[in-house]
Design a protein around this ligand. Structure first.
Ligand SMILES: C[S@@+](CC[C@H](N)C(=O)[O-])C[C@H]1O[C@@H](n2cnc3c(N)ncnc32)[C@H](O)[C@@H]1O
Length: 316
């Protein structure tokens, strides 16, 4: 994040929460898409005995600027990531303060904005305006489709450059190619999947359909053979292969070995493969067996499973 957003200064990192300062235009926040919720912070407090009356009192005793100052609001109290009930008089005090110090109108049922008073278990609390919410919920995604922010993070991790010839051979519904087409520059992108219906849906996504002619090749293909890709022609594979939990692909290690042999054939010397999998042990083992070295990895929860994103390169 520091490298991509030099205007961001990280103040603190907690489990699932980053407290940062953004110097400059707050519209820059829209580009930081990988957080579920982003708040414009009015007040923070630290200490062991944090409580809502103290936090509300601290906010109400100072003058605050509201970044979003149009529409309606409601107040929410959150204790250790769960919405909490507090005394009505405390809610009223907070509501009256926001109503008197901003142009926002109170609407407890369906407001356009929310002001949160949040207490966390690490001895940190904050009051903030919820300014961006997660754009996609699971309901907007196809079954098995990767969340867009995870796909975006994988592309950041892969450090895609305009000189890269990129291959995504397990594209599914196209989460990774969509992020590549939307936010990165590359020389050429090969996109494929064994499932014809998913390939049609991917090809129809507007970011791919509107790309300049010849930039993106999208087709049905078996990733284990990749007959349409020449030897040593790809500089970067970015992919989310099957994990063998949701689909019947037989022995996952045998599958990963065939997959990595296929990648080894198409990768140019110095080429890299960025692979997401929750079958971490199997992937790590197969990578070593197939002559790849793990140069870097990051680990995160994906669909509730502990997954890793691996940067693999031919072992020297
Ligand atoms: C984990 S899903 C990819 C999900 C994708 N990232 C998305 O957002 O939709 C794995 C994909 O591998 C495809 N697949 C399975 N075996 C394959 C093979 N041998 N060659 C190519 N694709 C294959 C499946 O059809 C599935 O779409």
């Amino acid at each position: 994040m520091r490298a991509r957003f030099p205007a961001v200064k990280i103040i603190d990192i907690f489990d699932g929460l980053v407290h940062y300062k953004l110097d400059g235009d707050s519209h820059g926040l829209e580009k930081i898409i990988y957080f579920n919720n982003t708040f414009f912070v009015l007040k923070t407090m630290k200490g062991k005995q944090l409580n809502f009356p103290a936090l509300v009192g601290a906010v109400c005793s100072s003058k605050n600027y509201f970044l979003v100052n149009k529409g309606s609001f409601r107040i929410r109290f959150v204790q250790e990531n769960q919405f909490a009930k507090v005394d009505k008089s405390l809610t009223r005090r907070a509501e009256e303060y926001v109503a008197a110090n901003s142009k926002l109108k109170l609407d407890r049922l369906s407001p356009t904005n929310e002001v949160w008073f949040s207490i966390r278990r690490e001895g940190f609390s904050f009051c903030g305006e919820l300014i961006t919410k997660r754009e996609f919920t699971e309901k907007n995604l196809n079954k098995g489709e990767l969340r867009p922010e995870i796909a975006y993070l994988i592309c950041c991790f892969a450090d895609v450059s305009p000189e890269d010839t990129v291959l995504e051979p397990f594209c599914g519904y196209g989460s990774i190619p969509v992020q590549l087409a939307k936010k990165f520059r590359f020389k050429k992108l090969f996109v494929s999947d064994a499932d014809e219906s998913k390939v049609s849906m991917t090809a129809a996504r507007k970011q791919l359909a509107s790309a300049p002619q010849g930039l993106i090749d999208c087709r049905t293909a078996d990733a284990l053979s990749l007959k349409h890709i020449e030897d040593n022609s790809i500089s970067l594979v970015i992919t989310d292969p099957p994990w063998g939990f949701y689909e019947d692909i037989g022995d996952i290690s045998a599958f990963y070995k065939k997959m990595l042999k296929s990648f080894a054939r198409v990768l140019a010397p110095g080429g890299r493969a960025v692979v997401l999998s929750a079958r971490k042990e199997e992937l790590e083992h197969c990578a070593a067996e197939c002559g790849f070295e793990i140069k870097d990895s990051v680990h995160t929860l994906v669909n509730g499973k502990k997954a890793g994103v691996y940067l693999l390169m031919a072992a020297s």
